[in-house]
Write a protein that binds this ligand. Structure first.
Ligand code: SAH
Length: 252
């Protein structure tokens, strides 16, 4: 009986099933493949499980056959936790870049990802299953105990119309006349927030005006250099976590 590990620590798997002492959890076919063929797990080998509700559990491989692979929960090793109330609205760029952004935003502790289509968005097709798979893998590897929601793709106007009034929209505006992001986010501490990033081609002037007209919009600058959309998004999320999020807290 061994602990299954990968770089970063104990192997962790996200499952749907309820987790409790003695609970038997059937894996998905891809998890079974990963455990048995990639990790070469043997009966009794241990890993951790989380489902976004019941905290983190130690479990071991209890059965594997061609028909099914079953994990058995033994003890709860950590309580359920949740990342800060931060959303991320981004204009998807090329397929691989969108997947990269989802992975990194998950690591950075975003609760909800919203792909947004703007006038200059070039990639209009996103594959929600691929994005969800990337989010799950990043949650497993980063120690999160829940997985971010991948919202349906929305046009910018629809996103603005549905945005909750009480949630600040940290609008990354490359035009240069917005306050520095750290100062703006400092003033938002304690308030649910979301970061909005434009596409590679930037926002059109009418879009900038429509965003700025919203009472919940909080335009910010990321400095004098124009960042690529993926860089800008991840940088903004990092600033938010450092100033208003959970980077002040270490451990659980
Ligand atoms: N092609 C555009 C730049 C787009 S950069 C132009 O030349 O104007 C892609 C997105 O990243 C922007 O829409 C904005 O949301 C964000 N961004 C990039 N650099 C930024 C900066 N210095 N300040 C604020 N937002 C920035």
């Amino acid at each position: 009986m061994a602990d299954l590990t990968y770089p970063g620590g104990r192997l962790r798997l996200f499952v749907d099933a309820a987790l409790a002492e003695g609970a038997q959890v059937e894996t998905s076919p891809s998890q079974a493949h990963y455990l048995v063929h990639v990790m070469r797990a043997r009966l009794g080998d241990q890993m951790a499980l989380f489902n976004g509700r019941d905290g983190e559990w130690l479990a071991h491989l209890a059965e594997f056959s061609r028909r099914q692979t079953v994990l058995r929960c033994t003890e709860r090793i950590a309580p359920q936790t949740v990342v800060p109330d931060l959303w991320f609205a981004f204009a998807p760029v090329k397929k691989t870049a969108a997947e990269y952004v989802v992975q990194k935003a998950t690591e950075l502790g975003v609760r909800r990802l919203i792909p947004v289509i703007t006038r200059r968005t070039i990639v209009r097709k996103v594959n929600p299953e691929r994005l969800a798979a990337n989010a799950i893998e990043a949650a497993e590897q980063s120690g999160r105990r829940e997985v971010p929601v991948i919202a349906e793709v929305l046009a910018l106007e629809a996103m603005l119309a549905r945005w909750p009034q009480e949630r600040a929209l940290v609008f990354c505006d490359e035009a240069g006349d917005a306050p520095p992001i750290a100062d703006a986010v400092m003033a938002l501490r304690g308030r649910p927030s979301g970061v909005l990033i434009g596409p590679e081609g930037g926002f059109e002037p009418t879009e900038r005006a429509a965003i700025r007209a919203k009472g919940f919009a909080c335009p910010v600058s990321l400095g004098s250099r124009i960042l690529r959309a993926d860089t800008a998004g991840l940088a903004a999320l990092a600033v938010w976590q450092a100033v208003a999020g959970d980077w002040r807290v270490t451990g659980a």
